[in-house]
Design a protein around this ligand. Sequence first.
Ligand code: MN
Length: 295
Amino acid sequence: MKLCRFDIPEGGADRLGLVDGDSVIDVSGALDVLPPLRWPVPPGDALVDHLDAVRAKAETLRGEGARFARTAVRLKSPVANPSKVFAAPLNYAKHVDESKSDANLHQNTHKVDFEPGETPVSKLGLFLKSSSSVVGPADGVTRADGDRRTDHEIELAVVIGQQTRHIASAEALDVVAGYCIGLDMTLRGTEERSYRKSPDGYTVLGPWLVTADEIADPSALDFWLEVKGERRQTSNTRELTVGIRDLIAIASSYMTLYPGDVILTGTPDGVGPVVAGDTMTCWIDQIGEMDVPVR
Ligand code: MN
């Protein structure tokens, strides 16, 4: 199932949509299955936490919900309230190569060398992005800090489905709710990585959440990113240095994972700057395509 969060231009915010080809069916009535919340709210995303019940109710509403053309709605992040966003540094070999050869990239780490048997993730760990940086494709990316360089990084985003700690790699896909396209936008400079990657809008998730049952093998997905029609990044998730299962296991070894937590799995080579007026078109096999404007 493909579930989206959308606004209708003439009123109606944060609707829940079921994606059906080029249409979005309004199944917001399925949100009624969510429990009422009282302070303090449980950590994580309530919809993802109750995804099975929401899905079952959404399916019953498929025939009666209002239908919109996909192009007529504003798509927001399918995950509204992640407690945290993990990201993997330098997790595609060709991106490590370009980082070492370009001082503009990874100014804090481009001199880091890796011993045989060591990976960037084993040496550097994962990093965190602010959960408040998350937006959807219709929100677009507003560049932070004037004319400083901001780069695109397309990544497969993994959405965790249940509270998890110390999960083994072999079982790690069992706790995945689904997948979406992620953009790990990055301000270039010398500050801490998490700070440069956490301005408002610097994590784009979309165009919808594809539930895990629809993607049998997330480690064999082609993907690409274009800026104004120019192909900048192309790869396949089989090129990941540390794979999806291991990334989940590593994240859960230090922190409790909550429903809706996101793991951005890393970006391949071809990162580059965007400027106001650009549009990033992103595609991942079995997920879909989204346009993201830059302001
Ligand atoms: Mn990244």
